[in-house]
Design a protein around this ligand. Structure first.
Ligand code: IDP
Ligand code: MG
Length: 153
């Protein structure tokens, strides 16, 4: 099973959408294996958004991501990285498909509610960025036999 890193961004926390969005992941069958509230700072944001550091919108993005605490989650499931990116939708809430989280709840490019790792390699790096060893749990969910076929577990 694969793990992926999610951040529920300040707009998600401020708009009281945390429960609703967590519900979507849970209903899909993804397992929550780590969760905590943190306040991001410039140091972690420079690492996390290194691919955007030269963009003119970076300072605004960093301020937005520091505007309130966020919730960091690790989710586990079959092909979790790809499955979560599909659930989350395209970067712009204006262009994301209806039915995706961003498509249903966001009308902004920047305030798009969620970060989700984009590749398994980045998921490993990002999980280490936000969680220490011991903060990610290994446990069995009781409904696993009804979420997956035997050859998918
Ligand atoms: P992703 O979150 O869909 O993977 P990235 O390109 O990795 O998209 O961008 C990271 C975050 O930076 C986005 O989720 C969004 O919050 C913000 N962002 C990306 N492009 C823009 C832009 O053109 N203007 C403002 N913010 C942007
Ligand atoms: Mg990205």
């Amino acid at each position: 099973m694969q793990k992926t890193l999610i951040l529920l961004k300040p707009d998600c926390v401020q708009r009281s959408l945390v429960g609703e969005i967590m519900n979507r992941f849970e209903r899909k069958g993804l397992k929550i294996v780590a969760m905590k509230m943190i306040h991001l700072d410039d140091e972690v944001l420079k690492d996390h958004y290194a691919h955007l550091a030269d963009k003119p919108f970076f300072p605004g993005l960093a301020n937005f991501m520091k505007a309130s605490p966020v919730i960091a989650l690790a989710l586990e499931g079959h092909s979790a990285v790809e499955v979560v990116r599909t659930l989350v939708g395209a970067t712009s809430g204006r262009k994301a498909d209806v039915g995706s989280i961003r498509g249903d709840y966001s009308i902004s490019v920047s305030a798009n509610l969620i970060h989700a790792s984009d590749t398994p390699e980045n998921a490993e790096i990002e999980l280490k960025r936000f969680f220490k060893e011991g903060e990610i749990f290994n446990y069995q969910r009781v409904d696993v036999d009804f979420i997956y076929a035997d050859d998918e577990k």
